[in-house]
Ligand binder design. Structure first.
Ligand code: HSE
Length: 438
């Protein structure tokens, strides 16, 4: 193993992270170079759902961030302290740091990044905003050539879930919040989410990256969703809007000066039903970035949860491992190229033939308008194991009846065999349309 990981925290995200690191097969080969070397937890005696490396678990978190053998410290304990202190201590001991901690980064990024720059180590935080959605790295890299005009996000899954249910059930905030708490979608103390604090942390981080400057968290204007009523949502709907908790950062654009003042805010917002963010429902997150010359680009995905957040955490670990690999020209990697930027594989992937695809189909038939035609279609489909989801006669084209069929999932090869049989029926004139259904 080339790189030793010190994992701080084995809650939801920590467990998801360990699961990926302990099961690298089928993922980026660089993951094979990562070892979970030490794991810091509050209670080492607790039974865990995963098999951990023997002897790795300790309650002495400080011994991990000061361990000379640890290369990368992964902080997923959350909360302000001792997370902040451990991150700073890890940096002081020359460790690279990966963190999912938006609260710490939004408040203490100045001291953390000053320390990291002085120590010559990376602090990466993809998981801090948008859970599994890659948005931090794109803002730093792929979108970096753009002059960003705005970042507009649904970055809090709890409030989006509540607003979505209020809309679909025409229910009031308090009732939906109570239901969401019962289901575990909202915390027992929901303040951080429903009052917009979590979203404010996240937009402060995104704005800092998008606009290339430090942000003071207290400069983010913030309103939560507890004042939104079922009546507001109903009126908004009549007017062609949905209500979303948006976190928005944009330049004032009073002049062409890219250093113009920023506007930073989190508040419930009426969003036109045709806007790309209007259809982001439930616990999902999405971040719309507008810039010059790219125009609009939107990132969508799961904003929380063990697997998605761990995916973001491990992607950061991998990025650091790639840089370290390149720096040290490890023997296992003969090339001097950056392992994540070069192409390392040479084998051909196995491709399944299209006949083996399983999908739903839409087919439109033109047939003679006679009794028994639909029955014959059904029989031919049944002969080949094709189950029909719906079948309707939609009208006529001249003398011919038009029949539309949507199937359940079927093997493509079986479906075509059924069609071959159907083409031989004297009542079937033609099959003008054949489309796959997602
Ligand atoms: N509490 C957050 C949310 C998840 O509801 O989106 C973690 O950032």
């Amino acid at each position: 193993m080339a790189f030793k990981i010190g994992l701080l925290g084995l809650g939801t995200v920590g467990t998801g992270t360990a699961q990926i690191l302990l099961d690298p097969s089928g993922r980026n080969p660089l993951l094979e170079e990562l070892e979970i070397y030490r794991i810091g937890v509050r209670n080492p005696e607790k039974t865990r759902p995963i098999q951990l490396p023997p002897g790795a678990v300790t309650s002495d978190l400080e011994s991990i961030v000061t361990d000379p053998d640890v290369d990368i410290v992964v902080e997923v304990i959350g909360g302000l302290e001792p997370a902040r202190e451990l991150i700073l201590k890890a940096i002081a001991h020359g460790k690279h740091v990966v963190t999912a901690n938006k609260a710490v980064i939004a408040r203490y990024s100045d001291e953390i990044f000053d320390a990291a720059n002085d120590a010559g180590v990376y602090v990466l935080l993809e998981a801090a905003v948008g859970g599994g959605i890659p948005v931090i790295q794109p803002l730093k890299q792929a979108l970096g050539v753009n002059r960003i005009r705005s970042v507009t996000g649904i970055v809090n899954g709890t409030t989006n879930y509540i607003l979505t249910r209020m809309q679909t059930e025409k229910a009031d905030f308090a009732d939906v919040l109570a239901a969401a708490q019962k289901l575990g979608y909202a915390e027992a103390d929901p303040t951080a989410d429903v009052d917009g604090f979590d979203a404010a942390d996240k937009i402060a981080i995104l704005a800092s990256l998008a606009f290339g400057g430090r942000i003071k968290l207290e400069d983010v204007y913030r309103e939560g969703i507890s004042q939104v009523s079922a009546a507001d949502i109903a009126y908004a709907d009549k007017l062609g809007f949905v209500i979303k908790l948006l976190a928005i950062a944009n330049r004032e654009m009073l002049t062409d000066d890219p250093t113009d003042r920023l506007r930073l805010r989190v508040h419930p917002t009426l969003v036109p039903q045709t806007h790309p963010l209007a259809s982001i429902n439930g616990v999902y997150n999405a971040i719309l970035v507008e810039g010059d010359p790219i125009g609009q680009v939107m990132f969508f995905g799961p904003g929380a949860g063990a697997g998605p957040t761990a995916s973001a955490v491990v992607s950061d670990i991998l990025n650091i491992a790639a840089v370290l690999t390149q720096n040290s020209f490890l023997k296992t990697h003969s090339s001097k190229l950056h392992p994540l930027l070069t192409c390392t594989h040479q084998h051909y992937c196995k491709i399944a033939p299209i006949e083996e695809l399983t999908t739903r189909f839409y087919a439109r038939f033109l047939t003679k308008d006679r009794p028994g035609v639909i029955g014959k279609l059904g029989t031919s489909f049944g002969n080949h194991g094709v189950s029909i989801e719906s079948i309707v006669q939609t009208g006529f084209q001249g003398e011919l009846a038009e029949i539309v069929v949507v199937t359940h999932d079927v093997r493509e090869g079986d479906f075509h065999q059924a069609l071959d049989e159907i083409r031989t029926l004297d009542t079937v004139d033609s099959i003008p349309s054949l489309l796959r259904v997602l």
